[in-house]
Design a protein around this ligand. Sequence first.
Ligand code: 5GP
Ligand code: SF4
Ligand code: MG
Length: 455
Amino acid sequence: CGIFGIYNHREASNLTYLGLYALQHRGQEACGIVSSDGQRLYSHKSMGLVADVFGNPEIFRNVPGDSAIGHVRYSTTGDSVSKNIQPILVNYSRGAIAVAHNGNIVNSQLIRAELEAWGSIFQTTMDTEIIVHLLAASKASSLEERMVEALNRIKGAYCLLFITETRMVAVRDPHGFRPLCLGKLGESYVVASESCALDLIEAEFIREVEPGEMIVIGRGGITSHFPFKKVKPSHCIFEHVYFARPDSYIFGKTVYLVRKELGRQLAREHAVDADIVIPVPDSGVPAAMGYAEESGIRFELGLIRNHYVGRTFIEPAQSIRHFGVKIKLNPVREVLKGKRVVVIDDSIVRGTTSRKIVKMVRQAGASEVHMRISSPPTSYPCYYGIDTPNRKELISSSHTLEEIRRYITADSLGYLSHEGLLTAVGGDKESFCHACFSGDYPIGFPRLGPEPQLD
Ligand code: 5GP
Ligand code: SF4
Ligand code: MG
């Protein structure tokens, strides 16, 4: 998911709409904005893309005021139905509050069961809703204290943006799984999942919100707090591999440069005699450029993407996927004909995309097709906010390299090594989560009953 908020700007909801537009890649299922005019909160949300939900300027009349938060959703917990759209807005004895969440709370089932036993009635199936129930249940007197009390109960990945009648609060979990940054536009503060959203509205990037940091923005300015126990950070390495936009600056690096380096490292590890290097667009482009640079093999665009088709992976129904590859990509026959081709992609999940692409490239006349992947095999599901499928659907959880090569019908297959991934991303190796590649989960996942997703 993606979150965006702006405090103290005449066109708060309009700019939030633009911010969400820049973050559309983080979720395409639904979106929403909650605004404040200093007296009360207003909400507009719906299933669909940002441009469809907010494309009509009349809509901004529904979300007036000088502060707003917004959310783009793709479902990791909770069903893909309209009641599960964020921000979640509630009114309780102390006023109104709305929250937008990027991440995934791993102990939400336990807390939810406990709250239900005390009489809470939940409106949605989203893990995020427990946060507002915990807030309402807290006896602490200030909003900040209630938030800290509530958040001390939850475990997992969360970047949160809260809005009340008079304030906006941004929180990043102590592990810092998901990115979050702070910016300024004139006298207004802006918070966004990725810096590309600041760029669009011409806000100045100030800094990343730090892991475990809580930033409270009010009429009197901005205050920063570190109310949680400090832990070793676990930045999601997959944000660098695939999820974030390449023009964003996250975890201290520009994603594009990291991806190029992943490609260079991949070329060092898995060299091959070939005539051209082509990316699977768009996600494979920077890594393919790096591979081409390092190997000296010519870079070409051998597959052209139709940009008017959404990122199919983000839609939950698998039935759409097969159709997805063909509708999205088309080979350039004259580029591929008679060539030994290296195809670069960022990851193999189920393997269905790679299989179709290899066949497509071969049918277009390539004499050899060598698949190179700019991350290690994705063998484990994510519990921290990325919608990787169950273990049994991940092809590399149950198949050897050679079996996968045969399945995708490539002449050769090479994945970036675990060490190579950490080296290419750079910085402190200990500061990343790489559980979907390594199975090394930084936070356990307590649940009710048997673990449903690990079979
Ligand atoms: P598959 O192997 O399942 O057919 O698909 C792999 C492709 O899905 C890659 O091109 C990758 O860029 C894309 N993709 C889209 N969303 C995701 C995601 O959330 N996780 C992973 N690993 N790949 C994704
Ligand atoms: Fe990111 Fe993978 Fe860790 Fe999930 S498991 S947070 S996708 S690195
Ligand atoms: Mg891709």
